[in-house]
Design a protein around this ligand. Structure first.
Ligand SMILES: *Cc1c(COP(=O)(O)O)cnc(C)c1O
Length: 364
């Protein structure tokens, strides 16, 4: 007889401790990083806060590039820890201009750390990461990159780019779980973190997590949450089977098909391709139309479109093609639903041409 109280989520097997280090190595492979890889048992924003809390100290000088609320929060956490933070804020919904970064670096007497988000899912923009990192590296500045959205959607070679701290989450382009995240930490970054007054005995302490590395990666830093860790393994299995390059190419294709479809609809994308992320495409809503009305019209077709978030101008609608949505079906549905929504709002939209454009991009 079946037990009505039985649930497959009860009594899960423990995540095998001996697989923990292998998991970190696999993350290192995805990031092309030979630095220390730490796993954090929480969503990626916690890994970001842990990074800020662990770096911050009075006397630390940070140049913080803000292109979304994530960058804003990172600056706040650093300030709370006593650091001197200079925010440079991009135009709403746009990437930072490299000249602005160069000017800010030249103007500052001394900068220890530069922080930047790689790609933004809030507005669909891509910051000029290699150029920013080159400026920082030439000045000996320790770099922190929020690559939560970009990993799996854009090339991210931690070693070649010289990223000191990269923070990632599996739940965006990698299509994995949201309750675990990871960081790659360089020797130079550890020098800033492992101060005598570093925060300790805290869930936000990277110095605490370092004990796992120092113990030869034996004593686990806690009990791995089985569901999250098994799910992360499965996500990595799939990414490794296809190859990270394939996953990135799939996102690039989804982005270019979306752009082609929108252009054929007569609705240009918000930023040019070189400034756009492969994860979401933002489209400016025609004057006189409301994003909310277009989003509702698409929802009636079962297609989820969203408004631009944070400091993105509020007249943007986002078409999401991240992770499991980086497919022909999702891209076609997004573009057609947006076209239907425009038409229902009384705006002309050539849905047939848009479908042709998406199909043609996928058939090349
Ligand atoms: C999604 C995202 C985060 C944080 O993700 P959570 O895991 O949801 O906390 C951080 N930074 C960027 C750029 C993101 O897109």
């Amino acid at each position: 007889m079946s037990d009505p109280g039985w649930n497959p989520l009860h009594g899960l097997p423990s995540y095998p401790a001996e697989r923990y280090a292998a998991l970190a190595d696999r993350i290192g492979g995805i990031l092309q990083s030979r630095n220390d890889i730490l796993l954090v048992q929480a969503e990626a924003v916690v890994a970001l806060e842990a990074t800020a809390v662990s770096l911050a100290s009075p006397g630390l000088s940070v140049l913080n590039i803000v292109t979304s609320p994530y960058g804003g929060w990172f600056g706040q956490w650093l300030r709370r820890g006593g650091a001197t933070v200079r925010d440079i804020v991009a135009e709403p919904g746009l990437p930072i201009e490299i000249e602005v970064v160069a000017t800010a670096l030249d103007a500052a007497p001394r900068i220890d750390v530069l922080a930047v988000v790689h790609a933004e899912s809030a507005s669909g923009i891509l910051n000029p990461l290699p150029e920013i990192l080159a400026l920082a590296r030439s000045r000996g500045i320790v770099t922190v990159v929020d690559a939560v959205a970009s990993v799996g959607g854009h090339p991210l070679d931690v070693e070649a780019l010289g990223i000191d701290i990269a923070i990632i989450g599996p739940q965006k382009a990698l299509g994995g779980p949201a309750g675990v995240s990871a960081l790659s930490v360089s020797r130079r970054a550890w020098e800033l973190i492992l101060r005598d007054d570093a925060p300790r005995d805290s869930i936000l302490s990277l110095a605490d997590l370092k004990r796992w590395i120092d113990s030869g990666r034996q004593a686990l830093p806690g009990t791995p949450a089985p569901l999250e860790f098994f799910a992360l393994e499965t996500a990595l299995d799939r990414v490794e089977a296809d190859g990270i390059e394939t996953l990135i190419a799939r996102h690039a294709l989804a982005a270019s098909a979306t752009r082609a479809g929108l252009a054929a609809l007569g609705a240009g994308a918000w930023v040019p391709p070189a400034k756009a992320s492969n994860l979401v495409t933002a489209v400016p809503v025609p004057a006189g139309l409301e994003p909310a009305a277009l989003i509702s019209a698409a929802a009636r077709l079962g297609v989820e479109l969203t408004e631009g978030l944070g400091n993105a101008p509020n007249h943007l609608v986002r078409l999401n093609h991240t992770g499991p949505r980086a497919t022909f079906q999702a891209v076609l549905a997004n573009v057609v639903a947006y076209g239907v929504a425009l038409r229902q709002a009384g705006h002309p939209a050539d849905i047939a041409a848009a479908s042709e454009a998406v199909s043609a991009t996928y058939s090349r």
